[in-house]
Design a binder for this molecule. Structure first.
Ligand code: SF4
Length: 325
């Protein structure tokens, strides 16, 4: 089976938000003092999430990334991981996290079936970290070391680059990741929600960062396991890889292979769009597996050709925490 959209793109990858809540407040994602969260009773249960993902795997999806908000603020997440890692056809199960709770949960996540993780980290300067996230850097570095210790691999660091905010931290982040065998990915700001639009004022084209790094390191083209859109280079003579995720300066929508499920069961066809389909009422009404598969096939036809971040930056109202990146 395969899930093909009307532009002949095969959907193989599902990003699943298990909560829109987070214990950090990255200024480009969630407004300070925000409390307009979904109510827990409106979240899909782990059994409902498993049911929906089982349908996607029947339709050919083989990669799932668990995300949030911050997924580890949701209780008993390893239970969901165990359920999903038992699904036939799902051969890539990963997690996006801000690592604040990784120190406590890394071992049980690994034992339950998470093999690799992506960690959002925009600076290794503790003062600047607090300014960007309202959080403490040491919790993150402790979590990362624990993740390494239990065997999560690869560990990919996602750094959102913002001009005049953290673009001067790039070299320090490269050194930090190189020393710890983490893979580093740079991400351009995106006008997702008012906070994202605000952050777009700090936009920097990542090709500039690549040129800057090429003056210090010999960079050669590279490839890396994963279902996402990052373009990788490698520092010659090392295994250290750097990825560039450039939705604004060089979008990758032509080869898009993913959709996103929110914590309340809404299927979003595109990060840069509001086309969506609410699966929860159907699940709670007792829809059959065959009917669910058909509903998902039909919903995929809502997927737009590409985002309109440049043409229409006002378009996406929701915050990034609703679906994760
Ligand atoms: S912006 Fe939309 S179409 Fe483009 S890569 Fe992201 S999800 Fe896919």
């Amino acid at each position: 089976m395969s899930l093909i959209d009307k532009y002949n793109r095969e959907i193989r990858y599902l990003r699943v938000s298990v909560t829109d809540r987070c214990d950090l407040r990255c200024f480009y994602c969630m407004p300070k003092g925000f409390d307009g969260y979904e109510e827990p009773e409106d979240w899909l249960s782990y059994a409902e999430i498993e049911r929906i993902i089982a349908s996607f795997t029947r339709l050919g999806v083989n990669a799932v990334r668990i995300t949030g908000g911050e997924p580890l603020v949701r209780k008993n997440l390893p239970e969901l991981v165990s359920r999903l890692s038992a699904l036939p056809g799902l051969d890539d199960l990963s997690l996006s996290t801000n690592a604040t709770r990784l120190g406590k949960h890394a071992q049980e996540l690994y034992d339950a079936g998470i093999s690799r993780i992506n960690v959002s980290l925009d600076t290794v300067d503790p003062v600047k970290f607090n300014e960007i996230t309202q959080g403490k850097l040491e919790k993150i570095t402790q979590g990362l070391l624990k993740a390494k210790e239990v065997g999560l691999d690869p560990i990919k660091i996602n750094m959102v680059i913002m001009k005049g905010v953290n673009d001067d931290d790039v070299e320090d982040m490269v050194e930090f990741c190189m020393q710890n065998d983490f893979t580093l990915r740079f991400i351009e700001t995106m006008p997702v929600g008012d906070t994202g639009r605000n952050a777009a004022n700090y936009f920097i084209d990542l090709h500039e960062i690549e040129k800057r790094l090429a003056q210090k390191y010999e960079l050669i083209p590279a490839v890396m396991k994963g279902a996402g859109p990052a373009r990788y280079v490698q520092v010659a003579g090392t295994d250290f890889k750097i990825g560039f995720i450039t939705p604004i300066s060089q979008h990758f929508c032509d080869t898009c292979n993913r959709v996103r499920l929110s914590a309340t069961g809404t299927l979003y066809m595109c990060l840069g769009d509001e086309h969506k389909y609410d699966l929860r009422p159907l699940i709670r009404k007792g829809i059959s597996d065959d009917e669910l598969d058909q509903v998902i096939r039909d919903a995929i036809n809502l997927k737009p050709l590409k985002h309109e971040f440049n043409e229409n930056p006002e378009k996406v109202v929701r915050f990034m925490s609703m679906t994760g990146g």
